[in-house]
Write a protein that binds this ligand. Sequence first.
Ligand SMILES: Nc1ncnc2c1ncn2[C@@H]1O[C@H](COP(=O)(O)OP(=O)(O)OP(=O)(O)O)[C@@H](O)[C@H]1O
Ligand SMILES: [Mg+2]
Length: 370
Amino acid sequence: MTISQFQEKFGIIGKSKEIRDLVDIIMQVAQSDISVLIFGESGVGKEVFARAIHGYSKRADNQLVTVNCGAIPEGILESELFGHRKGAFTGAVENRKGYFEIADGGTLFLDELAEMPLTTQVKLLRVIENKEFMRIGSETVTQVDVRIIAATNKDLQKEVDAKRFREDLYFRLKAVTLYIPPLRKRREDISELALHFIKLYAESNNLPLPHITNEALDLLTNFPWTGNIRELKNSIETAIALNRTDVLDVQSFSFLLKSRIEEKENRNLPVYVHRTPEESDREMIYRALIEIKRDLMELKQAVYKNSQEVQNKDNNNSHINVDEVVPFDVMEKEAIRNALNYSRGNKKQAAKLLKISERTLYRKMQEYDL
Ligand SMILES: Nc1ncnc2c1ncn2[C@@H]1O[C@H](COP(=O)(O)OP(=O)(O)OP(=O)(O)O)[C@@H](O)[C@H]1O
Ligand SMILES: [Mg+2]
């Protein structure tokens, strides 16, 4: 298989040297059982690469089990990973397999690895070294054959220095380390990614394929994309959803510039310097709320206009039009998308804006495929 065929098969877009070199490495290491550690900022494609490694390995017919170490409450993570015996603790009403057993013969993808509690790290190292473990509350040993891929957006060496991550586990996992560079370091990939996401969104929403102008592509190519590919994908979806014609031009992406300008203005505001972090956080939350409110007002107006048109057409006497009923999940997804767009993919900040915990946000992002 060539690099291009591999990229096609696993949906990895990008012709930059950085991406092609990474693909070259994963094609070499995928077949072995060696652990792989993937580093990279939020939204760079860590999960995409983990899937490709599993998909190209001899384990591809078995499961790839993804565990988000940051999303599972600390007390539950161990029993989720290793399973438990009936009666091992209150609530353990039956024997239960953990992810290690489910992934037997396959791959376990430990996402947000740096969030794993130290006590769980000890147990993880033991399983990796001995290929066996005990379910919680059990005295018999279970053997498993699992390949580990782990990902994090934190600098693990720093976590080790700060004693938040075990050095022995770090050494064990870092045999093959992949670093996925941020989008701003491989700008030549942006156009291709943008065209890909436009096509994807139009197809999955049964829309005619929008055309994007060269100026708009230039704007996207030069944008900082601190939230990386996820931010680019979200922005394309927002632009298409709000666009009134099927041409995406610079104007269609004005929301990107607006938030950048606001950010810059905030930075230049002398009064801002004197604010405490809490105050600036609050200010940021207000701004996001105002933006959400503005969006809601626009949405309301659009829905109202639409319903008026329908009512005029069929002279329907009913006071409420069915278009005015927005399902909760649609609103919720939109609210999450807005918050993530605003925070440029920073989940901690987005969760704060949405007034939900980071774990709930992770769960909902998975639920809505964000
Ligand atoms: N090279 C790529 N080609 C096409 N799509 C990509 C590529 N990289 C990432 N994506 C898309 O971008 C989005 C974010 O990717 P992914 O979830 O893999 O990022 P991540 O690094 O795991 O992010 P996080 O740190 O936030 O978990 C997904 O929708 C993914 O499909
Ligand atoms: Mg991820």
